[in-house]
Design a binder for this molecule. Structure first.
Ligand SMILES: Cc1cc2nc3c(=O)[nH]c(=O)nc-3n(C[C@H](O)[C@H](O)[C@H](O)COP(=O)(O)OP(=O)(O)OC[C@H]3O[C@@H](n4cnc5c(N)ncnc54)[C@H](O)[C@@H]3O)c2cc1C
Length: 185
């Protein structure tokens, strides 16, 4: 049985590892758009706040390490751009622009989500970020450090901490706490 999995962060890597545990003989291939797999989204605020020092510490497994541990194959920089379910084929485009098709017996789509950006004034200005990936976290921390944000934004961060509702929006509360930390330290 050949399984193709699209997306290689939390859901895709968990599914692949489980499939290999259930059937060691199965072929399991993950195709994922980004360069990172298996990163800790919940760690992003802690990287931004400085508790996690380096980007590398956010990445649970490199593709090579993960493949060695589980037996699943991983191909990064590969975006699924089409699915022909009757032919059981998926079309993949590499970051270099080249493309190919891959056959499967079973397909798992674990492509996650992208942040919704509301159409509000100023959303395109420098200093407005989404926080979803390690690269986002790196960009936010670098911006805060390079622009000496603490003096200008300390009050806003304190307000964010007090107004975020941790039970409903834990990531927002973590982010506010992280920003407050780097701004006041
Ligand atoms: C700041 C923050 C804090 C969080 N804290 C927590 C927490 O404390 N506890 C918790 O349980 N969860 C937390 N989460 C949520 C958790 O990180 C997500 O639920 C989890 O990452 C979802 O994993 P996923 O595999 O479904 O999707 P994603 O993480 O979105 O991964 C999907 C992958 O698929 C790739 N992809 C997309 N389209 C394609 C395509 N067409 N072809 C190939 N690949 C594609 C994407 O590039 C991405 O790499 C947090 C998230 C954030 C941002």
């Amino acid at each position: 049985m050949k399984y193709v999995i699209l997306g290689g962060v939390a859901a895709g890597t968990k599914a692949a590892a489980k499939l290999k545990r259930l059937d060691r003989q199965s072929e399991v291939v993950i195709f994922t758009k980004s360069t990172d797999i298996s990163y800790a989204g919940c760690g992003l605020p802690y990287y931004i706040g400085g508790d996690i020092a380096t980007r590398d510490e956010l990445i649970v497994n490199s593709p090579e390490k993960y493949a060695g541990l589980t037996g699943a194959q991983v191909q990064t920089g590969c975006e699924a751009v089409g699915i022909d379910s009757s032919a059981k084929q998926v079309s993949i485009r590499r970051t270099d622009g080249s493309s190919f098709t891959e056959n499967y017996d079973k397909l798992i789509i674990a492509t996650g989500a992208a942040p919704f950006v509301p159409p509000v004034d100023g959303v395109g200005l420098a200093g407005a970020f989404c926080v979803r990936t390690p690269d986002d976290a790196v960009a936010i921390r670098a911006y805060a450090e390079q622009n000496n944000c603490r003096r200008r934004c300390r009050r806003a961060a304190r307000q964010s901490v007090s107004t975020a509702a941790p039970s409903r929006y834990p990531s927002a509360a973590q982010m506010a706490a992280a920003l407050r930390k780097i701004m006041t330290s």
